[in-house]
Ligand binder design. Structure first.
Ligand SMILES: Nc1ncnc2c1ncn2[C@@H]1O[C@H](COP(=O)(O)OP(=O)(O)O)[C@@H](O)[C@H]1O
Ligand SMILES: [Mg+2]
Length: 257
């Protein structure tokens, strides 16, 4: 199993939109996929629960992402369809902020138990710094960093890279690698955004993924199904679909899937 954590402590940059679409793209590749929602806002959880059988949802005490911090838990991820499963976020996930630092590596150990059952694990994270983000980074092989082109967001990348370095240095996950920076919500006609992209490429080189995602209204509506399958047409749906599909495929390719 290759695990990809989608992280950037800044909110609204497209972590959950990327998580959802990577999941949809992975299913189209017939990859056995596990989604872990480590964001107490539960946006990814809601999408995936909508695809699961209500009887299955009600049937068991499924593993939640808060439960991943419990030592020796026996709960398992909730099956969603033949080839995917969910470890959903729950309301008391916010308590993790009060946990001892020793528990940061616990979700990684929990996840390891399922690693022979899936090809890909996608982990969504909260828009904040702290123990939840450290625990998520500790779980993964690769970090995907969605980023918008405003100064707050590009400055935020430096903070994220510091956190990644800390996770390596603390020994929580010494082999953690950055998969890449996914530029999102670029404005097609903005000279400012073009300049910011140039600067980002100058400072990060190949880490900046080539398939840029532009600001497209159709992405906001693509909650329950991928934007490339949206039922309602929109002016930019074609472009939104093409760009999102290309970005997801490039990410899966780079992850070796
Ligand atoms: N390329 C895009 N174009 C337009 N809206 C987008 C795009 N990417 C994300 N969004 C929207 O922006 C909002 C924030 O995105 P989201 O994925 O929830 O961010 P995060 O998880 O990083 O907080 C959501 O309403 C989402 O649908
Ligand atoms: Mg989110």
């Amino acid at each position: 199993m290759i695990s990809v954590v989608v992280a950037n402590q800044k909110g609204g940059v497209g972590k959950t939109a990327s998580t959802r679409h990577l999941y949809f793209a992975a299913l189209e590749r017939k990859l056995r996929t596990l989604v872990v929602d480590l964001d107490p806002q539960k946006n990814a959880t809601k999408t995936i629960l909508g695809l699961a059988d209500p009887k299955v949802i009600a049937a068991g005490k499924w593993l939640t992402s808060r439960g991943m911090f419990k030592q020796n838990s026996v709960a398992v991820p909730m099956p969603v369809n033949g080839i995917s499963a969910l470890i959903s976020a729950d309301d008391d996930l916010v308590d993790v902020g009060d946990f001892s630092m020793k528990l940061i590596v616990e979700p990684r150990k929990t996840l390891k138990k399922f690693s022979d059952q899936y090809d890909l694990c996608i982990i969504d994270t909260p828009p904040s710094k702290g123990k939840l983000l450290f625990a998520a980074l500790a779980c993964a092989d690769l970090v995907l960093c969605p980023c918008t082109l405003d100064e707050d967001s590009t400055d935020g990348l430096a903070t994220l890279f510091e956190d990644i370095e800390r996770v390596r240095m603390m020994g929580w996950n010494p082999d953690l690698q950055i998969l890449g920076v996914q530029v999102n919500k670029m404005l097609t006609k903005s000279a400012n955004d073009r300049g910011a992209l140039e600067e980002l490429k100058n400072s990060l080189g190949d880490l900046v993924l080539n398939d840029i995602m532009y600001e497209r209204a159709a992405i906001r509506q693509a909650i329950r199904r991928p934007v490339w399958q949206s039922v309602r047409g929109g002016e930019n749906k074609g472009a939104a679909a093409r760009e999102m599909k290309a970005a997801c495929n490039a990410i899966l390719d780079r992850a070796g899937l």
